[in-house]
Design a binder for this molecule. Structure first.
Ligand code: ATP
Ligand code: MG
Length: 410
């Protein structure tokens, strides 16, 4: 067992940013003789002076022991047993320390515990990929099974100490995302870590450490093995991160974009597609602005906007085969987004709404007055379609008058 680096009272870490509920849960567990720490992204964000999204707790208490300590506790997940401690309108997630990787051929089925981050059962397995990740461990083991060093820190609010087993503190200072352990092994275990590397590099404005970055180039095709439903959740996180533009730049740079979105990726690398990249980055930047203003982005709008230029390109091909613009846009959107299913399972209603947003575009031009126009305004996708119209006008430098007219006649 290696000794961790322990920093007492790190000046950057302001305890008052930690939710009262998380502090209470840690206090109670420690009072019962268990180890309990704030873990993962919460500690990282506090040390960076950012507001953590949530406060995850890691503890030596096993799920049933956690339940004994809290009457307001619910154990969730059959295989991933996590405790949710319920408070008014929110919950705190408590996970028992886990040990790293269980070998794939190990068929023992005991201790059904893993985190929500473990790959789902429906994984398309191949050598080296973790299928199960569900054995209790020590705090140190729990730190080592995490993905990047800056995500492997613990914080003990009672002692006001950061506990670093994995070298996360110096990497925070260097603003580096370094894989815990050999990246080629860690990405093979769980290829979604490559996507996470891009997400954190984008949101935190960190560099991916060169070794971890090269490993992405080498193993990027493995991302195609991840479960399509998990990938959908991951892509939504990218859209909603507030840093969608830098993240997609990393995805493009590393080649992950073309693995997840093969057709759009191939098109973006053609001459016509290269011009469209500017539009896409503009759209993503706009999404980041909305997010900074506290707006959550409707998934259908995010998909419509991010792939709009590509869908418009596809629609032109459909029109050449005789379809009218509106159905051509709808068809292009539906075909492409449904066609992603092998890699990313976009929900049916999201595909439908994204296609409605696109199909509505010609309607703005054609239907300014009358009953049809009144009906158009009441459609659930009207607001999002207008947002698309605005973006498109910015991309093309045309149609400003049309946007203005609709804004004045809402
Ligand atoms: P965010 O701010 O986006 O929530 P986060 O670092 O908290 O970032 P989560 O997905 O909430 O990320 O996961 C919490 C922690 O669990 C991570 O910080 C990391 O330590 C660990 N973790 C999550 N996913 C993985 C994974 N695929 N492999 C290894 N460790 C992971
Ligand atoms: Mg988190």
């Amino acid at each position: 067992m290696a000794e961790p680096t322990i920093i007492t009272a790190p000046p950057a870490l302001r305890r008052e940013k930690i939710s009262f509920e998380a502090l209470k849960v840690i206090q109670r567990l420690q009072a019962q003789g268990f180890q309990a720490y704030l873990a993962g992204g919460g500690v990282r964000d506090l040390l960076l002076g950012r507001h953590p999204k949530d406060f995850d707790i890691a503890t030596s208490a096993q799920p049933n022991e956690v339940r004994r300590v809290f009457h307001n506790c619910r154990l969730i997940g059959r295989r991933f047993r996590l405790a949710h401690i319920l408070f008014r309108g929110m919950f705190i997630e408590v996970a028992t320390f886990r040990s790293p990787v269980v070998a794939e051929d190990d068929t023992e089925q005991e201790t059904p515990l893993a985190g929500r981050d473990a790959p789902p059962e429906a994984f398309r397995a191949r050598d080296g990929m973790i299928l199960r990740d569900n054995v209790f461990g020590t705090a140190e083991q729990d730190a080592w099974r995490r993905d990047f060093t800056v995500n492997g820190l613990f914080y003990d609010p009672e002692a006001h100490q950061v506990i670093d087993y994995v070298g996360g503190l110096p990497d925070l200072d260097r603003r580096l995302l370094r894989s815990i352990g050999e990246p080629l092994i860690r990405y093979r275990e769980d290829p979604v870590r490559m996507l996470r590397a891009c997400r954190f590099a984008g949101t935190l404005d960190f560099q991916i450490e060169p070794h971890a970055d090269h490993a992405i180039h080498a193993l990027r095709n493995d991302l195609a093995l991840a479960s399509p439903s998990r990938m959908y959740e991951e892509v939504l996180k990218l859209f909603n991160s507030g840093a969608a533009e830098p993240i997609f730049r990393h995805l493009h740079r590393t080649g992950l974009f073309s693995v997840i979105f093969p057709e759009a990726g191939a098109w973006l690398n053609t001459e016509a597609g290269e011009a469209a990249q500017l539009r896409i980055y503009h759209a993503l930047r706009q999404m980041d602005v909305w997010k900074r203003h506290g707006h959550d982005i409707n998934p259908a709008l995010a998909w419509a906007v991010a792939f709009g230029p590509y869908h418009e390109h596809l629609a032109v091909q459909q029109e050449k085969q005789g379809l009218k613009t509106s159905p051509a846009l709808a068809m292009a959107t539906i075909n492409h987004l449904h066609g992603l299913a092998k890699h990313v399972q976009v929900f049916k209603h999201v595909v439908r709404d994204a296609s409605l947003i696109m199909a509505a575009q010609p309607t703005f031009e054609k239907t300014r007055e009358g009953v049809r126009s009144e009906r158009f305004r009441t459609r659930h996708y009207f607001g999002d379609a207008l947002v698309y119209l605005k973006l498109r006008s910015a991309w093309t430098g045309t149609g400003a008058e049309l946007v203005q007219w609709w804004q004045q006649h809402l």
